[in-house]
Design a protein around this ligand. Structure first.
Ligand code: FES
Length: 277
């Protein structure tokens, strides 16, 4: 991605949401994606198939696409939860199948956004998996989180009050305050790892964009923290060496140096494998 793409000269501001649904950018993603994907996966079957997800932008390294965004909301008690799409029964290839899919912020939001790296066979993304969808702390990355939370504690908006100034010595302060969390994992055998960030950039951009207005809340956004390259766990503002790859204020995957920008969202094509059953 060129700098001019991220920071259009005419506005002098960062363009938060990239990509045009149905436009040239999306067509390009589709063409490149399917060439890669068709050789790796079965064509769409029950529970499988292509989906266009909103992702935090892939900005460097070998990963093929960004990390899927998880729409969020702050519930009435102040806890941060991910939105899981409504489950519906549709007919696919002559069979009735359950899908988690709904219209949100002018887009089709689907549980299939999170089906790669073998996650498609995890119970967390089963359309009917029961969960309160509240993000739960998975400490060990940030000091602030280690001090406040035990593993599995629900994360709360009050603990992000300093989000406009927070820093940890990596990159700039005030970019966004993160928490490493699990999602839909409280009664599951496997964890779904995610990162939640509260940022003024998100707050401001949401005032001007239908998708962000629907998928973020009070400056909170979230994404699935599984690298689309070989499925490692990237780190947001976690490692000093990320600065060598211009990712000190973004997400950096130490395995093969892929980088992602949580503050630039773009569409990406994913192909989910059919469910094992
Ligand atoms: S860059 Fe290879 S797994 Fe992340």
């Amino acid at each position: 991605m060129s700098q001019s793409d991220k920071y259009p000269a005419e506005s002098g501001r960062r363009r938060f949401v990239k990509g045009v649904v149905g436009g040239a950018a999306l067509a390009g993603v589709g063409a490149a994606g399917s060439a890669t994907v068709n050789s790796l996966t079965t064509a769409g079957g029950v529970g499988g198939g292509q989906t266009v997800a909103m992702t935090i932008a892939h900005t460097g390294g070998p990963a093929p696409r960004g990390l899927p965004q998880i729409p969020v909301q702050v519930n009435d008690d102040g806890f941060i939860e991910g939105i899981w799409p409504e489950t519906d029964t549709i007919e696919e290839e002559g069979m009735e199948v359950e899908v988690a899919q709904e219209e949100l912020g002018g887009r089709t939001y689907s549980g299939a956004w999170f089906q790669y790296c073998g996650i498609e066979s995890q119970e967390n993304v089963d359309p009917n998996h029961e969960s309160d969808n509240i993000f739960r702390a998975s400490p060990g990355t940030y000091d602030w989180q280690d001090e406040l939370y035990d593993d599995g504690d629900q994360i709360h908006i009050d603990d992000f009050d300093d989000y406009d100034t927070w820093g940890n010595g990596i990159g700039q302060d005030g970019v966004g305050k993160p928490a490493t969390v699990t999602w839909r994992s409280e009664d599951a055998d496997t964890d779904l790892n995610a990162v939640v960030i509260r940022s003024t950039q998100i707050e401001e951009a949401a005032a001007e964009d239908e998708w962000l207005e629907a998928s973020t809340d009070e400056g909170f956004m979230a994404y699935l923290n599984v690298c689309t390259h070989f499925c490692c766990i990237p780190g947001y503002k976690e490692l000093e060496e990320s600065a060598r790859y211009n990712a000190e204020d973004g997400a950096y995957c130490v395995c093969h140096q892929s980088t992602y920008d949580p503050f630039t969202l773009e569409e990406a094509l994913f192909v989910a494998r059919p469910r094992p059953d």
